[in-house]
Design a protein around this ligand. Sequence first.
Ligand SMILES: [Zn+2]
Length: 101
Amino acid sequence: MWNKIEDGLPGEIGPYLVFTEDNFTVWAFFNSKKQFCESNRYVMNVTHWMPLPSPPTADKGGPRQQTTNTASTPVCPKCGNAMAVLSGNHGFSGKVCLFCE
Ligand SMILES: [Zn+2]
C-alpha cells in the first residue's frame, strides 16, 4: 500500500519501495538522515513509499523452515524419523530406525 510523502515519512530506517515523479518504482533504503538512497545516491522526487512485502514463506516456494531437531534425538538419514537409541544388554548398542528396520 502506497503512502504519500506529504502524509509522512517511514517511521523506521530500512528498505522500502519508492515511487518517483518520473513514474519509476525503485527499491531504496531509508536512512537515519530521513533520505531514500539507492546504491550510494539519493532517490530524488519521491512521491510515494511503501514497506517491502514479507519474504516468501515455505509454502510459497521460499526458504525451507529450519527443522528443530534436538541434538539428543538422532534422525534416520533414510526416512527422517527419530531413531531409537539402544544400549545394552544384548550385545548391541547403537541407533536403530523403527520405521526402516
Ligand atoms: Zn528410517
